[in-house]
Ligand binder design. Sequence first.
Ligand code: ATP
Length: 710
Amino acid sequence: MPQLALSARFLEEFGKLDSKARDGAVKVALKFQQLTLKQLWTDVGLDFKQPKGARDKHIYTCRVSKFYRGVVLAPDSGEAFLLLRVLPHDDAYAWAAKQVPSVNAVTRGLEILDAVTTEQLIPMWEAEAAGSPASPLFADYSDNDLQGLGVEADVLRAARSLTDKAQLDAFAPLMPEDQWQVLQFLAEGLSLQEVWSEFVAYRAPTAALDRTDLATAIRSTPSRIALVTGEQELADILEKPFAAWRVFLHPSQRHVAYRPSYSGPAQVTGGPGTGKTVVALHRVKHLLSHLRQGERILLTTFTGTLTAALRDGLAQLVEDDQQRARVEVTTVNALARQIVTAPGEEAGDYLSSSEELELWDEISKRLELPWNGQFLAQEYKHVILAQGLRSLDEYAAASRAGRGSRLPATRRPELWRAVEEFDENLAARKARTHLRVCDEAALLLASSGPLYRHVVVDEAQDLHPAQWRLLRATVSRRPDDLFIAGDPHQRIYDTKVSLKSLEIPVAGRSTRMRKNYRSTQEILAWSMALLNGRPVEQLADGSDETLAGFRSSLHGPRPSMHAAPSQDDELDELVRCVQEWHDKGVALSDIAIAARFNRLAGRAVSHLREAGIPALGLRQETSETEGVRVGTMHSLKGLEFRCVAVIGVRDGVVPYPGAVTPMEADPIQHHTDLTAERCLLFVACTRARDRLHVSWSGAPSPFLAEAGTA
Ligand SMILES: Nc1ncnc2c1ncn2[C@@H]1O[C@H](COP(=O)(O)OP(=O)(O)OP(=O)(O)O)[C@@H](O)[C@H]1O
């Protein structure tokens, strides 16, 4: 029996079919599982036909329903059939007739080129390029350079006729995806070596290649083609056609997630929406398949909302309940609480950051110290807790590197007195702070021993050193101990760490993702302007990281912006915008509103409800509840929605002065805080897949003005 394979595009189109056509497509796919080669070719229901004027003899169409046909690639060997697309009857024939499959000489993957349209367009582009004063887009690269990355004759000719990135984008639907991706990386400024190592090296040939062997090429293209091994697997894939991330991984994603083993901690970084969470989930799946009896995995992240998303994702990827039960999904803070709280003991109250600040202010006044509450809180967080200092002697000997404020050594005893006072006050109230508890939990584990065989961390960029110490202590120093996913461009709190300084060395085991799968290029480009090309400090060792080469191949409308005369007008416009999205078929639960603070978020909820649009706070949501999700920019971290409105992006709020340490108090912290505020707006905007709306009342945020968008 030949093997069935499904292309990513087939699956995407299958997901959008009406139920009748879908049933038809399922029946077709099942026949490939049940019939012999001979039976398939002669099956009346399937009605295999070669399109008239087909450019390639391996391409057929088959009947899916009265109105739809599938496009199938049938290699000569009869070993496999690949379902390429499912389209309305006439479109299927028209598309099928123009396509030519081939085996890429470098990547060995199967490729499909729209040979007819390309041949028609190339002479036009060549003529246009000849008359254009612009220099060719790939002038810096020789044919040899491009061929070495898998760019083949027809695409090479087309690439030579391009003069700008917009033309390259327009070419995307016609071109084999991998070749387009290579050209796109180069156009974005990546070096030949970077493109080679990030995209091609994983797939470089190891044995002789038969370029007529389409069946082998089908098996060598797991990033776009899923081989189906049985009816159960077929049902499983077709049941969730939009969860393409479960089945198709980018070569760099697969390489990172399914690498048999890392000799120590490993890291995946990349801009928003590059699939870091997807990679982390696949890594968990891989680690589960090697887990010995009695061993467990910790999958952890920053906030509770994110653990819910991780749990959902894991349930989609690992269907076996018993396997999944071996993975504990929890936040770092919840884990710490669990470790320090004895059975039956009350967990105690946690101080909010404003309560903590109030307490430090009180102590400062009571002890008549020359420092304000903010200074004390920062010293406690960024020096004392960061280094786990437990006595005045330790504090007196500690480094304050990275602090931009001066504190003579002779004054440290006074400050330590404030720390003691703080701890005593908490003990008296039976209260705790999250970081203090993480610090204690790390200490406890240091004597009681690790809890897990592997730890996988998502959204790692905001973890504090005390949280890292805890994670370090939960797992022994062994191969595959820690797998870390994070993006320093999404650091939205005031902590900056270098993993190297925390004895979590990832050098040589770190990979950066560049392809954005979430947002349209229009949303990405707009959001990236907010960062203004500013590099941020890497998680690994504090050196600079940029978003070079970070791009999406999706396209859509440009973000809309609205400058309102008053907050009421701004909220009226928000209602109009949400209504319009909903009228166009977007589910309310796929729409999110983000504000800098809960107050405006709350007003947005009321305003929407008054207009008859169900809305709820992000924290109240369960995935089934219908209604627009509304929350703070912080609470949107790690999530995604089809449409996002970011509101209240005004001067005096974004950045929020209260969250930015004054320059004169500490210039280093001032810079960190300001960057965190900038990144916060970037994070909120990059949650959007298709539509982004940004609004303000009064003067716009200076971040918008600097980006040239307002
Ligand atoms: N290989 C893939 N195929 C299809 N979709 C993918 C793939 N990888 C990721 N995605 C999709 O891209 C979106 C973003 O993925 P994910 O949340 O893992 O990115 P991220 O890098 O963790 O984002 P962020 O840092 O912004 O939280 C998700 O909708 C995910 O399903």
